[in-house]
Design a protein around this ligand. Structure first.
Ligand code: C5P
Length: 311
């Protein structure tokens, strides 16, 4: 019998700028990125089960569920185990996710689910973990997990986990194109390194352009469109050439600009407003160059409890 449950909503992210520096000694790359949370959300529910102990049980439904591991390798299971260990308790929980964020799509869906599991279990177990400790646990889970906790629009440095909020006014409206299949993030970073080596590209310390921060402060999508950039885009296209066609088609059909999201292969298109987004989405859908087309707006908050039941 399910006694109590807590439901958390957690958003996907887009990188408005993704500057990738040299490889570090630990194998990660130094980044200068601007994360932007959009209202394409996964829903994570943690339920305490009475009776025989189950440890951490994972259930997955929705977008791409067939590609998500359901065992202890699932990042939600790792998150629940990590939080339990942090508090010296034995977890006895079912963590269920309803996915809307594409799997291996470059929108940090797995990281979002891990952040969702941390918040849901913390609330279910009433462990009241201080924010600073949640941030530290999130960093251990993955580079994008701290941002999934915070949401909004933030600059990310180091490997992406060091966050500084960015001032942004108004809302931005996006068209999101899901592609067939996913891309492995480590593979895309490795391809980026390979392409740079081939072209003898001198890799310097990454930075976020002032003009991008100005466009966010001004809340101006036309200026922002000129400033979108992603150092992983060439690598994502090299591994999945169809991405190029999607990007070109979205812009031909009227988007202000298109960019690969994170390590791809999802493409995101900036539009002027909500009705422009709907118009571009309908046209892109009709063009048949990608698997699924959605609209989204940002910024939105990070992982938050949206429902809770008690016995
Ligand atoms: O931190 P996370 O586990 O999400 O990163 C997945 C992979 O992406 C890393 O193993 C690494 O190959 C690559 N990565 C990187 N530099 C970063 C972030 C991620 O090389 N700053």
């Amino acid at each position: 019998m399910v006694e109590r449950s807590v439901t958390v909503t957690v958003p996907a992210k887009i990188n408005l700028h993704l500057g990738v520096g040299p490889v570090r000694a630990d194998g990660y790359h130094d980044l200068a990125t601007v994360f932007h949370a959009v209202d394409m959300c996964d829903t994570v529910t943690a339920s305490e089960t009475t009776g025989s102990a189950v440890g951490v049980k994972i259930e997955v439904e929705g977008e791409g569920a067939q590609f998500v591991p359901k065992d202890s390798k699932n990042l939600m299971a790792v998150a629940a185990e990590l939080l339990a260990r942090h508090h010296g308790i034995s977890p006895n929980v079912t963590v269920h996710v309803h996915k809307k964020i594409p799997v291996a799509g470059g929108m940090a869906g797995g990281s979002a689910d891990a952040a969702g599991a941390l918040i849901a279990c913390d609330s279910l177990w009433q462990t009241h973990t201080p924010k600073i400790e949640l941030d530290s646990l999130a960093t251990q889970l993955g580079s994008d997990v701290p941002f999934a906790l915070h949401g909004g629009t933030s600059m990310g440095t180091s490997r992406g986990e060091v966050l500084t909020p960015v001032i942004s006014t108004g809302e931005f409206h996006w068209v999101i194109a899901f592609n067939e299949g996913g891309l492995s993030t480590p593979r895309v970073y490795a391809e980026c390194d390979r392409l740079r080596e081939l072209s003898h590209h001198k890799v310097t310390a990454p930075f976020v352009p002032e003009a991008l921060l100005y466009a966010l402060r001004a809340g101006d999508p036309v200026t922002l469109a000129h400033e979108l950039s992603n150092d992983l885009q060439a690598a994502a296209i090299s591994l999945k050439p169809t991405v190029q066609r999607v990007l070109e088609t979205g812009v031909e059909l009227g988007a202000l600009a298109g960019i690969v999201s994170g390590s791809g292969p999802t493409c995101v298109f900036l539009t002027r407003d909500a009705s422009h987004a709907l118009d571009v989405a309908a046209r892109l859908s009709g063009a048949g160059v990608c698997r699924t087309v959605r609209t989204a707006r940002g910024p939105v908050p990070g992982a938050r409890v949206t429902h809770s039941t008690s016995n």
